[in-house]
Design a protein around this ligand. Structure first.
Ligand SMILES: Cc1cc2nc3c(=O)[nH]c(=O)nc-3n(C[C@H](O)[C@H](O)[C@H](O)COP(=O)(O)OP(=O)(O)OC[C@H]3O[C@@H](n4cnc5c(N)ncnc54)[C@H](O)[C@@H]3O)c2cc1C
Length: 302
């Protein structure tokens, strides 16, 4: 029996594992992909104190080394259900994990547009990660859809790789901080790679075996080899369907200790209902939740 089963090895999960292992608790950390979570897809992290601007993959690599140093029991699998009686049973695809407490740090995943023919081109022209797939489109024409931080970061990253970028946004202004908008605009003044298509939406996709063309709401067609979808995220909480602890949008509601409506099941990071989703906040939430779990495991009365 583990003292705590942590679900997800992004910034929140890794932080919690460090705190719990530094107090010698028996910890299992279950991750379906790789250590680092969403930051793997970030071309540049420049707002985390103590770390000079660097790519997300490098930080993820350091995180995995740090995690290894604290040697929690690492399980490479996907959690599909959680059951509770006098303790928790976390059901993974390949095994079951028994634990006194659970800390859900499962973060979020990319939304897709949900239009006809999109499924046909997933990973055949449609991507969510410029760092991972950008070089596939060297010298080619691509589109980026979205108007937030991730869309602009994607354009900035691709500007030095591709021939042309169509940035498609359904509104008439961007939804992210001024600093990033200014950075994007000044780079585009120099490189002239991005054509901004405000008040537009993608309504159709064409191509034989690979994406070749996008059809916009206005009727305009764009011939592109790739489309980077940066239109937001949904929480990874499907495996909690049997426990009623999520809000209407699927995020987990927790108290100030990180405890959910199911006592002993804690949550931290992007997966909880909150306003700001950043590495700093994920790490902060996880610190609070892990500290509460430590107190609980030591039977300290709050
Ligand atoms: C492109 C991009 C750029 C960003 N840039 C910045 C930035 O510059 N600065 C900043 O502060 N933040 C940035 N962010 C946001 C930041 O990455 C997140 O706020 C942070 O990663 C949240 O950490 P987390 O641990 O809560 O969740 P995540 O990072 O989402 O990690 C969750 C982990 O849980 C795993 N998981 C999910 N479901 C299951 C399951 N059922 N079973 C097992 N494992 C599961 C996932 O595989 C993942 O590894 C960026 C995000 C993106 C996508």
């Amino acid at each position: 029996m583990f003292d705590c089963a942590i679900i997800g090895a992004g910034p929140a999960g890794v932080t919690a594992a460090i705190y719990l292992r530094r107090n010698y608790f028996k910890v299992a950390i279950i991750e379906k992909n790789c250590v680092g979570g969403q930051i793997i897809n970030s071309p540049m992290i420049a707002n985390y104190p103590g770390i000079l601007p660097t790519d997300g993959a490098s930080i993820a690599y350091t995180m995995s080394q740090q995690l290894e140093n604290y040697s929690p029991h690492f399980i490479s699998s996907e959690v599909i259900d959680i059951k509770k009686d006098d303790h928790f049973t976390v059901i993974c695809k390949d095994e079951e994990v028994e634990a006194q407490t659970v800390l859900v740090c499962s973060g979020m995943h990319h939304k897709i547009l949900g239009i006809k023919d999109e499924q046909k081109y997933l990973n055949k022209g449609i991507s969510w990660c410029a760092t991972c797939d950008g070089t596939l489109y060297k010298g080619k024409d691509v589109a980026v859809v979205g108007g937030g931080m991730s869309a602009l970061e994607t354009c900035i990253y691709l500007s030095r790789i591709v021939n042309k970028i169509y940035l498609i946004h359904r509104r008439d202004s961007f939804r992210c901080d001024e600093f990033l908008v200014n950075k994007f605009m000044s780079l585009n003044k120099v490189l002239k790679k991005t054509e901004i298509c405000f008040n537009e939406e993608i309504v159709g996709m064409n191509g034989k075996d690979h994406l070749e063309q996008l059809v916009l709401k206005s009727g305009r067609t764009l011939n592109v080899d790739g489309l980077f979808e940066c239109i937001g995220f949904e929480p990874n909480t499907n495996f909690l369907a049997n426990l009623s602890l999520i809000n209407q949008s699927g995020f987990i509601i927790v108290d100030k200790e990180g405890n959910s409506k199911v006592d002993g099941l804690y949550a931290a990071g992007d997966v909880i209902s909150k306003d700001v989703r950043q590495i700093t906040t994920a790490v902060g939430d996880a610190t609070i939740a892990a500290t509460s779990i430590i107190k609980r495991l030591r039977n300290v009365v709050f």
